[in-house]
Ligand binder design. Structure first.
Ligand code: NAD
Length: 406
């Protein structure tokens, strides 16, 4: 098919930037038709920063979704708006790419799935980690059966401290708006564990511990300001968590460009030690699948290097990867022999994953085939995050019924 797909992007923040720029150029299969953000100031700053001269601009989502010549939309609103954006796309008959995490809670995920089942549009869930070359190779090696029967899987997400701090001052810091840190940040990882084990398998039991050990008011320096911009220079200079560009819009700018409206919701450059948040800053999760595989996942926010590390223990071998190694290692159980699979690092955002996303979305639209990264995978990740947080709060092991997966 030689059609040029006309795409709209809604929710113009850090994440949108990596999509709209690619579409507003010489993309061979698609062009950027329209953009939308509730905030007029953000809309203008965004278009100026990204050089979107002739692109249609909207502050009203209803007007944006009503564009008849728009074929598909990329939804990069925050989690608290995912349900309304996805339902609006379905109602308007637009194919849609929905950023992870799918929603703030599993019930909203189910509402999106139910509406989608009655429609003819293609829905794609943005689990871009699946496109990262090192994860793809890792999955291929696991799928080759080299480990024999899989017994245990483990994942780690460790964030650079600036990255970790960004979640403590923005919309994410209220779990009713983000679904909690495990949902908004680690939906990727919960999806990855399911992807490795096989999505036909279901987690049936979850337990979790977690808490806030660092981003607490009593840990902050005396005399600090409520916001980085209002902090005494000496404290600001010494603070490892000061607001910096790189993880907020604009991603490649020198200074973060905060929104002018709803500062109370979005946080701006709020101090990470403020006490209005309910987010944990470290968490550990243990899981059991319905075929007896067990696993665990850990989340850490305070390091100098951001990395992810995954291991799959099988009866015959251990398969391991670490994004900082650039290789996958297989250690055979009986012989102890180690095989190294070097992986060429990918180019572009998220370890090279982002460059495949638009094409993969367009392939799904053109073929009409359900994408591998679909809404049911989105529900599974949000459901796990929700149940893990329930366990963390109640101290109980939580069982997940089959019908909760829809
Ligand atoms: N896949 C990834 O690797 C990845 C990376 C970063 C962020 N994300 C996800 O992308 C999403 C956006 O994150 P971000 O960091 O870009 O957020 P952001 O706060 O920088 O930008 C979100 C924008 O959406 C706008 N908005 C809010 N509600 C809206 C609505 N109802 N209609 C239209 N616009 C609305 C806000 O005004 C804001 O400008 C989140 O779901 C986040 O988890 C995914």
């Amino acid at each position: 098919m030689n059609k040029t797909w006309r795409i709209g992007v809604i929710g113009l923040g850090a994440r949108a930037e990596s999509f709209s720029r690619k579409l507003d150029g010489d993309h061979p299969r698609a062009k950027l038709l329209a953009v939308c953000d509730l905030d007029a100031d953000r809309l203008e700053k965004y278009c100026e920063w990204c050089g979107h001269g002739d692109v249609r601009r909207f502050c009203d989502p209803a007007e944006f979704f009503a564009q008849k010549d728009m074929d598909a939309v990329i939804i990069t609103t925050p989690e608290f708006a995912h349900k309304e954006s996805a339902l609006a796309a379905i109602a308007a008959g637009k194919h849609f790419y929905l950023e992870k995490a799918m929603a703030t809670n599993s019930e909203d995920c189910r509402a999106i799935i139910r509406a989608h089942r009655k429609s003819k549009v293609t829905a794609y869930l943005g689990f871009n980690m699946r496109w990262n070359p090192i994860f793809r190779r890792f999955k291929e090696i696991v799928d080759s059966g080299v480990a024999g029967q899989i017994v245990h899987v483990a994942g780690l997400e460790q964030l650079h401290q600036t990255h970790g701090a960004a979640f403590m001052r923005r919309f994410h810091r209220h779990s009713e708006r983000s679904g909690g840190l495990l949902n908004t940040k680690c939906a990727h990882d919960l999806d990855m564990l399911g992807w490795l084990v096989g999505h036909k398998r279901r987690v049936v039991k979850v337990a979790s511990f977690g808490g806030t050990n660092v981003f607490l008011p009593q840990k902050g320096p005396k005399g600090r300001g409520t916001h980085c911009g209002r902090c005494p220079e000496a404290i600001r200079r010494a603070c490892p968590y000061v607001d910096r560009a790189g993880f907020v819009f604009p991603i490649d700018g020198k200074e973060p460009m905060h929104k002018t409206r709803e500062k109370d919701v979005y946080g701006g450059d709020l101090c990470v030690y403020h006490d209005d948040k309910d987010l944990v800053d470290n968490q550990t999760v243990i899981l059991e699948w319905n075929h007896g595989v067990r696993g665990n996942f850990n989340m850490q926010l305070f390091q100098n290097k951001g990395r992810r590390a995954y291991s799959v223990w099988g009866e015959k071998a251990l398969v391991e990867m670490d994004t900082s190694w650039g290789e996958v290692r297989v250690t055979h159980s009986t012989s102890g022999e180690v095989q190294i699979h070097a992986i060429k690092p990918g180019q572009g955002g998220h370890g090279g994953a982002d460059r495949f996303l638009i094409d993969s979305f367009l392939d799904a639209i053109e073929t009409g085939r359900a994408p591998d990264s679909d809404l049911s995978a989105g529900l599974a990740a949000t459901l796990l995050a929700e149940k893990a947080d329930e366990s963390r709060r109640t101290g109980k092991v939580i069982e997940i019924r089959k019908d909760e997966y829809l």
